[in-house]
Design a protein around this ligand. Structure first.
Ligand code: NAD
Ligand code: DAU
Length: 351
């Protein structure tokens, strides 16, 4: 039986990771009548302590499931009849993709195709693919006038970005061939709470708090466009509710900073000596600059970033200062045991 339009069932894949968990918190707060089903395989990047507070909520369901597991995904779609699917689940770290591309192809491409097939088989109101600005490759450092638009050709640099681009093409093809109601968003670098401490901002904050060296790749001149994670979540909310089927939307913070600037901001905020900064070997194929033109989503869906970088980075640094258990458990590996404990106790009790 289909629910009335007020109460939707939303499958959020990758909801135990950084952006997926923030998105679940956003949906939970904004649409308390929605049922959210978090699908997560719990790779090294999945952390149940992030979403532990939701486990006892009636409108929240957790499924420990690999998006590549076709039978498991089909059974979940059959039994829950989702209205909306938002696919965050991915291998997301560029450096890991350079060391070992295979799992990126599995999860990011095959996993996305399994979800698309499930949508086709059981019907869905919307499939939204959370993609990245990295599918456009990079821009030169000396052309600040150039920005990525939705028309910029796909031109990838790493196995990670190639796998995300392949997934985007599959999503668009399912839209055209099968009439599946799909949308895609391509966002710039996010930062905020629950960001795994292997990525630039959380790595630098946690290393600085531990008085460890701050490894900056190459010269530190590479530029990223930083967006507070809640602004990304608000943009996806607008797209899944009001976005046009078949469209791609760029999402950016209009906030370009070089890596070395970011690291120095963190040093200053934490009153740490810049001597901690160590220039190390560059990333292979390192993209120089990302910069997003978000005109389309601003004009069509009235989206605007609401968090200024100065506020966002201050809040983020403070969050890591205040939540040392969260990231220290990750650094020690304790979070894996906690994941198992949560599954054994809370999850089994709920069922
Ligand atoms: P993350 O690595 O923090 O989280 C990924 C989550 O997906 C984890 O919980 C992990 O356990 C889960 N997962 C991985 N493989 C899975 C599988 N096979 N089946 C089910 N679950 C699986 O990633 P993130 O930074 O939150 O990124 C989320 C999405 O947003 C990704 O698709 C990424 O490409 C995209 N994105 C990220 C950024 C960014 O700055 N972090 C920017 C733009 C787009
Ligand atoms: O642009 C969106 C993308 O942003 C997402 O699609 C990816 O999932 C996400 O991981 C992120 O990719 P980046 O490669 O830009 O993020 P990362 O935090 O790994 O690196 C940011 C920049 O900092 C990049 O130029 C490399 C540099 N860097 C990174 C690390 C981990 C360092 O100089 N030192 C480091 O130790």
């Amino acid at each position: 039986m289909k629910r009335d339009s007020m109460s939707k069932t939303v499958i959020v894949t990758g909801g135990a990771g950084f952006i997926g968990s923030n998105f679940i918190f956003h949906i939970n707060k904004t649409y308390p009548e929605y049922k959210v089903i978090c699908v997560d395989k719990l790779t090294y990047a999945g952390n149940l302590s992030t979403i532990e507070s939701l486990l006892s909520e009636e409108k929240f369901q957790l499924e420990i499931l690999d998006i590549c597991n076709r039978d498991g995904i089909y059974e979940l779609f059959r039994s829950t009849q989702p209205d909306i699917v938002v696919n965050f689940a991915a291998e997301s770290h560029v450096d890991r993709s350079i060391d070992n591309p295979e799992v990126f192809l599995e999860t990011n491409i095959v996993g996305t195709s399994v979800l698309l097939d499930a949508c086709r088989k059981y019907g869905v109101g919307r499939f939204h693919q959370v993609s990245t600005d990295e599918v456009y490759g990079d821009l030169p450092l000396d052309r600040p006038d150039l920005l990525f638009t939705e028309e910029t050709p796909i031109h990838t640099s790493s196995p990670y970005s190639s796998s995300k681009a392949a997934a985007d093409l599959l999503v668009l093809s399912y839209g055209r061939t099968y009439g599946l109601p799909v949308t895609i968003s391509r966002c710039s670098n996010n930062y905020g709470p629950y960001h795994f401490p292997e990525k630039l901002i959380p790595l630098m904050i946690t290393n600085a708090l531990n008085n460890k060296s701050l490894p900056v790749y190459g010269t530190g001149e590479n530029i990223r466009d930083w967006l507070y994670v809640e602004d990304h979540c608000r943009a996806i909310d607008l797209i899944i509710h009001n976005g046009k089927i078949g469209e791609v939307y760029n999402i950016g913070g209009n906030n370009e900073k070089s890596n070395i600037e970011i690291v120095k901001i963190i040093c200053r905020a934490l009153k740490k000596d810049e001597d901690l900064i160590k220039f190390v070997e560059d990333r292979k194929g390192h993209d120089l600059r990302y910069a997003i033109d978000s005109t389309k989503i601003m004009r069509q869906l009235a989206w605007r970033p609401q968090v200024e970088f100065e506020d966002g980075i201050r809040k983020t640094i403070q969050w890591y200062v205040d939540h040392q258990d969260w990231w220290k458990d990750i650094l020690s590996g304790e979070y894996v045991k906690k994941n198992d404990w949560i599954i054994e106790t809370k999850l089994k009790m709920e069922r």
